[in-house]
Design a protein around this ligand. Sequence first.
Ligand code: CP
Length: 309
Amino acid sequence: HKDLLALKDLSAGEISFLLDTAKPMKEIITRPIKKVPTLRGRTVVNLFYENSTRTRSSFELAAKYLSADSINISSSSSSVAKGESLYDTARTIQSLGADVVVLRHPMAGAPHLLAKTVKAAVINAGDGAHEHPSQALLDLFTVRERRGKIDGLTVVIVGDILHSRVARSDIWGFTKLGAEVRVCGPPTLLPPELEQTGARVFYRPEEALAGADVIIMLRIQKERQRQGLFPGLREYARLYGLNRERLALAAPGALVMHPGPMNRGVEIGHDIADSTVALIEEQVTNGVAVRMALLYLLTGGGAHHEADH
Ligand code: CP
């Protein structure tokens, strides 16, 4: 693959290979001096048309730890704000000499358009409600590191599935690696096409969480609600928020995850978010390792590695 656009496009073997490659990358970032020369002379451009804390900064650090040069372009501070199209911005980035372009965009499919326009490898860092493949890879990495496997686990994704690119990528990733995926939320926040993904749909968290090994809580995306939020935030917190009583329904030692940013007190309470069962900060650290693996493989690292042996 030239690009990473969607986990839907990857086989179980390809996903496992990416996760295997992230393992030595995690060793690098746990050293006192976390820098290797692997991508010296390569250029990574982070092109963000939507806000981000975790994804943008972890791609930037991933590039730096591998000694690539990285720059950040955000829509609000670039000529995008003057009306420059994605196509023209892409051609400009190509001319600047990018080897990898990391794109976050509000429109589903924008990274696919970019990938057709530029020779550089394109990584989808979230496109509308479509996919966020590097997030799902870091979620898979985190679970595999803790549990040693994905196959046979029960993974429950709770929240605003309708607007969630994380949910879509997680459904593909966890299903392909053999987990049972359940999604749960109010009917207003569940898209109709879910049944075709292989995920089981639940409306009541008490049923969905029964026996869960992994619980992924999603943010209510207030900024993307088109017809107001139903149920409202307080009612949502009461009906779907993760608290101690609901967590007790899951399998003993269940892992709690959240892609961030969190709405504390809405989908997750402080008591859970700050407890040892929550892996939210570990997810962020693993995100750097997974993104290092992606940059390495998409710049031909895997091919060199195979040629060496
Ligand atoms: N999880 C995630 O994508 O967070 P950011 O929006 O901060 O990048």
